[in-house]
Design a protein around this ligand. Structure first.
Ligand code: FDA
Length: 582
């Protein structure tokens, strides 16, 4: 049997696999990506692309391509609650960074803007860039099994076109094979939770809905109609794929009864029910049944097998975290693989992948599932859950218009229930506040003050080791750059300022002793980069002559508040720890 050799075999070409391959190829690591089918995602699937993911894609050099194709943030902005698109509107929530206060927070938090990039458009960008930088991609190729030895993994794959099998011998295997991951199963990764919590249908269709939507532009229109609480993701959903002509409906079904027969006639009837107007011409383009899952892996790795994406965190689309978390897993993993493969780091560095990402996976699985439950108070406030009689339901919904104390109470309840959905539609903290704790982070010994504000709603930048480098605009000559642009690029970066000469010398010593790629950046008046607004000085939490070390993923690995006669020792010690050398 033939054996193909590579450094990293990536199974899956979804957001997790494609981003892993892209980052590996960007960093010059030989890799092969195999995928079971003959094409990339052929339906819109995930779409909300948050700022942290856009920062990752910016560092990987594809942000502009994504932005050029995505629906821009301002058009995502109103989450509408209605009885149907043509029916009565019950309320709106400014969402996805479009509330003026949250908008300011987004502007301050990142050089990148959130956008709506459907998965069938995102995957080709990631995969094309990966292939153009060196990834060997094999369609129609299915992972079957693997065996590990001390120096590698031997993977059996099937060429589904030819119908034969061959072996791939890789130093590492990345299982990015989605929610039914066979790699996770074969690796025996322990999981918590369960699959199949509720049944849901996706119906993708074309229809010109400009008249019903363009005046209240949104990515999501929630339909609170009788039957909408059965299964599904909390309510009926009409999701914009392309404004305002391509759409997807999400509608629940009773899991015990099994998925309905997804005939075109059935699909059209569901769509028309949510649109509230069956005269609107609708062209159904695809249908699928899926289940809401609530499951996460407790550890993402078994020796040389590392898993990412839905393979290790399976949850509903609420909060739009699926592909975002998958891309961010990849970004955390790829630089570690590079440094272990080229011998700069010890294999122990890879232990930090699971230590850092598994808590994030658990958090987003729990957040997304909780968000489904948080739609029930909206139904309750409307009186929809109080009766099974449809006529009575509509009377209850109408009761909120009465000039009575009960009517006022109902109106107040509805406003509050809709406002509480901010945890699903404007959870900037969930998207941006990841703070890692692992052996690849060197604590600075100061007590952790925790989050001053709600960590799910508010992004709170800090330079505490483990946090993401805060964004500030700095300038070099006439160019404006984000601090995040100075870090990243697959290498370590040491930030310092006026009086930080000892750190520049320490960096030179570290490069020499550890062979690590490490650049230094000095910010301040007369330095290579200047801080004209003073933003960086306000955010950096160290003195001018202190130092911040960022890892290739722009998370802070080490900081020191000021100059030090032991700078070389401190920096080399920190890097040795991060690199798994002790
Ligand atoms: P993903 O499932 O995208 O990719 C897995 C990859 O592995 C695929 O390329 C597949 O071909 C490959 N593969 C699987 N088994 C293999 C094997 N044995 N050998 C080789 N290759 C193999 N999210 C959201 O936020 N909003 C939404 O509306 C939806 N809707 C939606 C609909 C449907 C039908 C699905 C399946 C999923 C969604 N999602 C979603 C979830 C979202 O798509 C998901 O979170 C991300 O795609 C996860 O990315 P991954 O790369 O981890 O898995």
């Amino acid at each position: 049997m033939e054996t193909v050799e590579t450094d990293v075999l990536v199974v899956g070409s979804g957001p997790a696999g494609a981003a892993t391959a892209l980052a590996l190829s960007t960093y010059g690591v030989p890799n092969v990506m195999v995928t079971r089918y003959g094409s990339l995602a052929d339906t819109p699937r995930a779409h909300i692309t948050n700022q942290r993911t856009m920062e990752v894609l910016r560092d990987l050099g594809v942000e502009d391509q994504i932005t050029a194709q995505a629906t821009p943030q301002p058009l995502m902005g109103n989450t509408v609650f209605c009885t149907s698109l043509a029916g009565e509107e019950l309320g709106r929530l400014r969402s996805w960074g479009n509330d003026p206060l949250v908008q300011a927070a987004h502007e301050l938090a990142s050089p990148s803007r959130m956008c709506d990039m459907p998965q069938h458009l995102m995957e080709p960008v990631l995969v094309n860039a990966a292939v153009s930088r060196g990834t060997a991609l094999r369609f129609h190729t299915e992972y079957l099994s693997h065996e590990q030895s001390d120096d590698g993994v031997t993977v059996l794959v099937e060429d589904r076109l030819r119908g034969d099998t061959y072996r791939v011998r890789a130093r590492y295997l990345v299982g990015a094979d989605g929610g039914r991951s066979r790699v996770v199963e074969n690796a025996g990764l322990p999981t918590v939770g369960r699959m199949g919590v509720a049944g849901s249908l996706n119906i993708v269709f074309e229809a010109d809905l400009t008249d019903l939507t363009a005046h209240r532009p949104s990515t999501l229109y929630w339909v609170l109609a009788p039957g909408a609480t059965v299964g599904g993701i909390g309510a009926g959903l009409v999701r914009c794929v392309r404004p305002w002509t391509e759409w997807m409906v999400v509608w629940g079904y009773d899991l015990e009864a099994g998925p309905p027969d997804l005939t075109e006639e059935f699909a059209r009837s569901v769509v028309h029910r949510l649109l509230g107007d069956d005269t609107i011409p609708v062209r159904i383009t695809s249908t699928s049944a899926w289940t809401v899952n609530h499951l996460y892996a407790e550890t993402y790795a078994d020796r040389r097998v590392l898993c990412a994406g839905d393979a290790v965190h399976r949850h509903p689309p609420s909060n739009g975290l699926g592909s975002n978390t998958s891309v961010q897993d990849a970004y955390n993993l790829a630089w570690k693989l590079k440094l272990v493969l080229d011998g700069t780091a010890a294999p122990a560095l890879l232990d930090s992948y699971s230590a850092e990402r598994a808590p994030v996976g658990r958090q987003i699985v729990e957040r997304a599932n909780r968000s489904i439950g948080e739609t029930a108070p909206v139904f309750e406030a409307l009186g929809v859950l109080a009766t099974s009689d449809t006529e009575q339901m509509w009377r209850n919904v109408d009761a909120r218009k009465a000039a009575t104390p009960e009517g006022a109470k109902q109106r107040q309840g509805l406003r509050e229930a809709i406002a509480a959905k901010v945890y699903e539609f404007n959870a900037h903290g969930v998207e941006m506040n990841q703070r890692y704790v692992s052996d690849a982070i060197v604590p600075d010994g100061t007590p952790d003050p925790g989050f001053g504000r709600d960590p799910e709603l508010y992004h709170q930048p800090t330079t505490r080791p483990g946090a993401k480098l805060p964004h500030a605009w700095v300038v070099r000559g006439r160019d404006r750059l984000s601090t995040l642009d100075l870090g990243g690029h697959g290498r370590f970066t040491l930030f310092t300022g006026i009086g930080g000469d000892c750190w520049e010398e320490a960096a030179a010593a570290a490069r020499k002793e550890l062979g690590v790629e490490l650049v230094t950046v000095s910010i301040g008046p007369g330095q290579e980069y200047e801080d004209p607004y003073g933003d960086w000085a306000r955010l950096r939490e160290i003195g001018d002559c202190g130092a911040l070390l960022t890892r290739p993923d722009n998370h802070i690995g080490f900081r020191h508040p000021e100059t030090s006669p032991h700078a070389g020792e401190l920096l080399i010690g920190a890097l040795r720890k991060i690199l798994g050398h002790g």
